[in-house]
Ligand binder design. Sequence first.
Ligand code: URA
Length: 183
Amino acid sequence: MTELEKLRGECLGCRRCGLCETRTNVVFGVGPEDAKVMFIGEGPGENEDLQGEPFVGRAGKLLDDMLELIDLDRGKVYIANMVKCRPPRNRDPLPTEQEACAPWLKRQLEIINPGLIVCLGRIAAMRFIRSDFKISREHGVWFEKDGRRVMALYHPAALLRAPRTRPETFEDLKRIQKAAREL
Ligand code: URA
């Protein structure tokens, strides 16, 4: 059993916060253990909770299309969320829930050790880049964090709601493609 599989096994039984009471499945994350690029979303929605996989609903379909544009797919990148269990009615995860869940993602990052991290949306960017991160101004910009390059994209669900931001996201994706090729 690999380190990541061992961690997954532990995470599936997690009861560190109240979300364990209402979840159907823990959504640990998917992708190869040696992925060079890691995408981090906010938290599972209804479809993800039911299937135990991140980004499998409408936003997930768009994420798959975005990956395909830059010659990536779920076989090549790791996809995870900041919190592993669905917040009821898709509310934002509470700071206490984020804190309780953070050690799981920290270990995932240590094990996978990706060269690039892509935050999907403002909430992940506020945690991984800066607490006052402004997604409309700072999406597509590379930041340096703990020796890794980190960028934020508009969340795919936001892109579904506001398609006018898609051309900008296409430019951001091309930057990710370029950086991934340089790794
Ligand atoms: N939105 C997220 O942030 N994560 C998912 O897994 C699905 C939707």
